[in-house]
Design a protein around this ligand. Sequence first.
Ligand code: FMN
Length: 215
Amino acid sequence: MSTDIYDVIHRRRDVRAQFSGEPVPDDVLERVLGAAHAAPSVGLSQPWDFVLVRDPGTRRAFHDHVRRERAVFAASLTGDEAERFARIKIDGVLESSLSVVVTYDAGRGGPAVLGRHAIADAGLYSVCLAIQNLWLAATAEDMGVGWVSFYREPFVRRLLGIPPGIRPVAWLCLGPVVRLETVPDLERHGWRRRTALRTAVHRERWCRPPGRAER
Ligand SMILES: Cc1cc2nc3c(=O)[nH]c(=O)nc-3n(C[C@H](O)[C@H](O)[C@H](O)COP(=O)(O)O)c2cc1C
């Protein structure tokens, strides 16, 4: 296990094909969820919940839904892009032994959430920070995480009995891996390349740096 923060940040990958299928040890899961729960949150609202989904039937139903949504996206592509997408795996729901669905409760800590009165999205930002903590802690534990967003919220709501007012934010596949790739899948498949830091850094005012691609 490496806990050097920069090493973990750069080793972290979105995992689909490399899950070994082994279970996540209970103590590891406790630490990873503990890291997520330690994230900063607007007004200390901690507006997240974690639904642990192990049931193969539930994961299969979600996976079937993801396949249908994959087809919806694929239908919007043509030519080279369509061919490249056809080669890309977009989830490891069946290959990983555990899914962690992270939800957002806008009512948590309310109605006066300190720091959210002008920026409603600050609650969602907080949930994303919990997800990133989870992702990095899992990497430090030599586990893989894959974020799956090919779904419609009402479907996931129905599947998991998520009540009105609570929003599913991420379906995460979590589990031991045979390895972590060093290059993101989308880059390996020629879908998109990572950009250089300098193209994202602005000085004093926002401006489009020369040479930055429009897309
Ligand atoms: C909000 C969000 C949603 C994502 N949804 C998917 C997804 O549905 N399927 C998938 O294969 N990867 C998904 N990813 C993973 C990204 O494709 C991946 O993070 C990106 O290509 C960079 O690769 P890396 O995470 O390995 O560095 C998602 C990532 C984020 C942050």
